[in-house]
Design a protein around this ligand. Structure first.
Ligand code: EPU
Length: 423
């Protein structure tokens, strides 16, 4: 398993190009199952989860081809036919987003067998709402030997209200509804930019979706979809992570290929702590880390609120801020595993249920730490960049799932970080 070795204490300076959003590219790849024609996606990030989604498509009997381009990869997918409508446990346990093939498979082929994802490091993460929605559209759902077996002889559009806001739930039901007969209205839908990006792709494919990006999405079913090309939106969480990296190292970075509008809540919170973030030319952000950071409380929230996917990185930043910051995690029930590793580096953090109190600033000292999930790993990288001495992060495969060559991007702006590969 690969490790990262970081020598902390160097301010970052320079330009970073932000990759395409993993959480937009994954549903876009799943959407390619909705047509027998060619779907071309560009600005697809070179991260491990995309490889897992390709393996899943391969398992279903669908070919995909990848070409390296200046910004990200170009992925071409053509789901002419399907050999086997099964998403096996081995792939779903590696990546929960595999469940995104459920809606498209049932809608186009009338049958899907998808492994239930099971537990996750950050919370229970059930998919009951995905299933409830598909049942509402007329699918029959059975749980059998750890698999969801969904069948339908044509889906029928219907109104559906989410009890809890769910990003992939909204995406799955939106993909199912585009080929359903009649109208679907999704209420209390997720408003994340990744949902809107998926709707834009589906509309290019001939779907009739209105309101994506709001909490009410209206879909008029069509009988067939067709080929399309689509450029994936920039990764707002990767961008936020680099903003925090500038903050924690008192650095100065210019980010390009970003969408500042998707970062409004993150930028506002970072500004409260003293970071100076200004938009540059189109698709650019410039950030200065202050000499002294101020603590600010934060509550994670669905978009447009402060993203849970930035909470771990924000916690690392708060270890270096003056005062106490209360961090409240409202989306996932167990997303503070990074706090325990930060403590080992000298942070002063108390966790009580869904609230963590970070008191700072405390000098961090390099240590051997272990990544537990994708964003927790990013938090440990940030801590390592600010720590005195060497930090060795184990299990960096978690970070490779969602950050494209993070160590190369960081090295390029002055960080001392290298990957130690072990076979
Ligand atoms: N929930 C249910 N029932 C459901 C679905 C969700 O109770 O049927 C609950 C979850 O347990 C959770 C809350 O609703 O408490 C929100 O979960 P959501 O379904 O929105 O999460 P997700 O769709 O599984 C996506 C991202 C996550 C991100 C969350 C929240 C993708 C592929 N994943 O997950 O990204 O944290 O939304 O914004 O889009 C990451 O990139 O590191 C990551 C974990």
């Amino acid at each position: 398993m690969d490790k990262f070795l970081i020598q902390g204490g160097k301010p970052l300076e320079g330009r970073v190009t932000i990759s395409g959003a993993k959480n937009a590219a994954l549903p876009a790849m799943a959407a390619s199952l909705l047509t027998d024609q060619r779907i071309v996606l560009r600005n697809v990030p070179r991260v491990r989860d995309i490889g897992t989604m390709r393996s899943l498509l391969d398992e279903l009997g669908v070919d995909s081809a990848v070409k390296h381009e200046e910004h990200g990869n170009r992925v071409e997918i053509r789901a002419r036919k399907l050999i086997n409508p099964v998403a096996p446990y081995e792939l779903v346990k590696q990546m929960r987003a595999s469940v995104l093939v459920l809606g498209p498979l049932v809608a186009r082929f009338g049958h899907a067998r998808v492994s239930l994802p099971g537990g996750c490091a950050i919370g229970a993460r059930p998919i009951n709402l995905h299933l409830k929605g598909l049942e509402r559209f007329g699918a029959s759902i059975r749980i059998d030997h750890g698999y969801v077996e969904a069948r339908a002889d044509g889906l029928n559009g219907a109104p559906f209200t989410f009890d809890t806001i769910s990003v992939t739930g909204t995406e799955n039901l939106m993909m199912a509804a585009v080929l359903a007969e009649g109208e679907t209205i999704l209420e209390n839908a997720a408003r994340e930019p990744e949902v809107e990006d998926l709707a834009n792709l589906l509309n290019k494919m001939g779907a009739k979706i209105e309101g994506a990006g709001s909490d009410r999405i209206r879909i008029q079913g069509v009988s067939k979809l067709h080929e399309a090309q689509h450029v994936i939106i920039p990764d707002r969480i990767e961008a936020g992570t680099f903003l925090a990296a500038a903050g924690i190292t008192r650095g100065h970075l210019k980010l390009d290929h970003v969408e500042p509008a998707h970062l409004t809540a993150i930028i506002a919170k970072l500004a409260e702590t003293g970071l100076k973030v200004t938009p540059g030319d189109a698709g650019e952000l410039e950030v200065y880390g202050p000499d002294s950071l101020r603590s600010a409380d934060v509550i994670t929230h669905e978009y447009p609120g402060f993203a849970t996917d930035m909470q771990a990185q924000y916690m690392a930043l708060m270890t270096q801020a003056q005062g106490s910051a209360v961090i409240t995690e409202t989306i996932f029930e167990n997303r503070f595993l990074h706090a325990l590793e930060l403590l080992r580096m000298g942070a002063d953090i108390t966790v009580d249920g869904r609230r963590a109190v970070v008191r700072g600033p405390t000098p961090l000292s390099g240590a051997m730490v272990q990544a537990s999930d994708l964003r927790a790993s990013a938090s440990l990288v940030l801590a390592g960049l600010s720590a005195e001495g060497e930090t060795l992060i184990d299990r960096v495969y978690h970070i490779d799932r969602g950050y494209e060559r993070i160590e190369e991007k960081l090295r390029h702006v002055g960080a001392s970080i290298r990957r130690i590969s072990e076979t």
